[in-house]
Design a protein around this ligand. Structure first.
Ligand SMILES: O=C(O)[C@H](O)CO
Length: 441
């Protein structure tokens, strides 16, 4: 998946950090993950007596997943459409069409592509198996505003929630109740066809109803929950009038709810998580062991401010070092942190975490860290993340760089670009959040 990585020069553990990260990524390569499931889909198709196989997909990994389906099940595929982010389509597919659209904010191209996808799904008759490929970013890319709402209404609501710092389950509880396809409604549209969803999870806890706003999963949330989210972030009076009117009408029972757990329509739906951060962590653990480290997964749900997470990881490193002197250890964490931007610099959550970590371990030998996004991008930069060790801060100071000032300015990219810690992979084709690898040599 990644042929070559660059960066991390001067960081003591860089070669092992790179190897462990590459092993984690290989385990969640969409082609490998879809390949593992292809036999299950083929068997369902055969034993269920299906006569047509239609493929739809949406998310950042949709093209890679679609390509794997073509390779494994190509002769069965009658039709299909994928929707991905601008610039992520890659080389043309042979049986599936691929449309590109706006992400993280949806756009008119997304609405148009979703209309085509809805037509394909609604037209699937009994005897059709609809293979649905779902990955992170799906909420923005599969976009069909509910009746009475416009794309602008959805855009404004999403932007307000993102800026207010709403968690992904909260954001998606609202999105599900403003949509014709999210929150299980795509599965409803597919009836009487049967549906097999293959899902690459990019959310902590792998909740089916949260990943890409759960278009094929039962939705445990309600219009009341969506209104409660707006209330929690004091956005009730700020979202467009059409949005609050829609949610209030739903809460008053005047609109149909999203399909709920236990509804008969889900009897024909199989939702399978084929790749996740936990799977990546498990592969990282195996590779670390092969390299002679004792691996410890210290968190599979690392969230909150990146700086706080970086300090916490440094604290873990110090206490594991104290508790097991002389043992080669590999501490592993996974999840997705956030950055509250107050400065004018460039950076991303992984680089910011690594900078905070570097400050805490400054001057110590035998500790190194890699923090990186599995999709190969960290914030609006060309880096996946950064590496740091006990010499990072002194290298920075020798260059006249002040780590505290860089952190205050959210300029972690500038910091690591000059100290040599940037970790660059290019787009990896997958997305299962972030990984942190700490080596204690
Ligand atoms: O699309 C989304 O909703 C996020 O990437 C979480 O899956």
């Amino acid at each position: 998946m990644i042929d070559e990585t660059a960066g991390g020069e001067g960081v003591a553990g860089a070669p092992a950090l790179r190897e462990i990260f590459a092993a984690a990524l290989a385990a969640v390569d969409p082609a490998v993950a879809v390949g593992r499931e292809a036999a299950v889909v083929r068997e369902r198709y055969r034993s269920g007596g299906f006569t047509r196989l239609v493929v739809v997909g949406f998310g950042k990994a949709a093209p890679a997943m679609g390509r794997a389906i073509e390779e494994q099940l190509g002769e069965l595929v009658s039709d299909g459409l994928l929707i991905t982010r601008y610039g992520h389509g890659g080389r043309p597919l042979s049986r599936l069409a691929c449309a590109e659209a706006g992400h993280p904010l949806p756009d008119a191209a997304g609405v148009a592509a979703t209309r085509r996808l809805q037509a394909l799904v609604a037209g699937a008759a009994a005897g059709t198996l609809l293979v649905t490929l779902i990955s992170g970013g799906g909420s923005a890319l599969l976009v069909a505003p509910a009746a009475g709402l416009s794309l602008a209404d959805k855009l404004q609501t999403t932007a307000l929630l993102l800026r207010a710092g709403a968690a992904i389950d909260e954001l998606n509880a609202v999105r599900k109740h403003l949509s014709l396809v999210k929150g299980g409604r795509l599965a409803a549209l597919a009836r009487p066809a049967a549906l097999s969803a293959l899902i690459l999870s990019d959310v902590i806890g792998d909740r089916l109803d949260v990943i890409a706003s759960g278009p094929t999963a039962p939705d445990p949330t309600t219009y009341h929950d969506a209104l409660a989210v707006l209330d929690r972030y004091r956005l009730t009076g700020q979202v467009p009038v059409a949005v609050s009117a829609h949610l209030s009408a739903g809460a008053a029972g005047r609109l149909s709810e999203t399909p709920k757990p236990g509804e008969p329509l889900f009897a024909a739906v199989s939702n399978r998580i084929i790749g996740s951060n936990r799977l990546a962590l498990a592969a990282a653990r195996r590779r670390a062991e092969q390299l002679g480290y004792r691996p410890v997964i210290v968190s599979d749900a690392l969230a909150g401010e990146a700086v706080t997470a970086g300090r916490w990881l440094a604290e873990q490193a110090r206490s594991f070092r104290l508790g097991s002197p002389g043992t080669k250890l590999c501490l592993l964490a996974g999840g997705e942190t956030t950055v509250t931007v107050t400065g004018a610099g460039r950076g991303g959550r992984n680089m910011e975490l690594a900078l905070a970590f570097a400050r805490e371990i400054a001057g110590r030998s035998g500790i190194s860290l890699l923090s990186a996004g599995t999709d190969g991008s960290d914030g609006p930069t060309d880096a996946a993340g950064a590496m740091a060790d006990g010499s990072t801060v002194s290298r920075a100071k020798a260059l006249g760089l002040d780590p505290v000032a860089c952190l205050a300015d959210n300029d972690s990219y500038g910091f690591f670009a000059r100290t040599g810690g940037l970790f660059i992979t290019g787009p990896t084709g997958t997305n299962v959040m972030d990984l942190q690898i700490v080596l204690l040599d």
